[in-house]
Design a protein around this ligand. Sequence first.
Ligand code: AMP
Ligand code: ZN
Length: 130
Amino acid sequence: MCIFCKIINGEIPSKKVYEDDDVLAILDISQATKGHTLVMPKKHYANLFEIDNNVYLKVMAKAKELALKITEKENALGCNILNNCNEAAGQSVMHFHVHILPRYKDDDLKLEFIDHSKIYDLDNILKEIK
Ligand code: AMP
Ligand code: ZN
């Protein structure tokens, strides 16, 4: 059983932010920024590619609601909503979850998008992915 399923079952303790029949939100143990929260389905789906659409919509709607609440309560300036899908993208726990990362001035979180537009041709990419 995965570590988040153990948390959902109560075998491992967690700091619960929100819970209903389908969704659990807990404080991320790492607190990459203050209030860093994970929102997940109670049913196990390995990742974004596996999760049922209806469950996904429930998790994302709750993530949006909690993002607003946490940002306001912590007096944050904004937030990032992040999902890592597969190890190559940084996923370390293979149970679908969304990170809520409240953002603060000088908070030290680095999510840098480097401009590679000179390397990749947009029209070629369109042909490949459409
Ligand atoms: P990811 O890398 O997207 O799979 O994120 C996994 C997250 O789970 C990391 O940010 C970890 O800090 C967090 N995490 C791992 N174990 C626990 C735990 N027992 N309680 C709360 N958060 C955890
Ligand atoms: Zn699981």
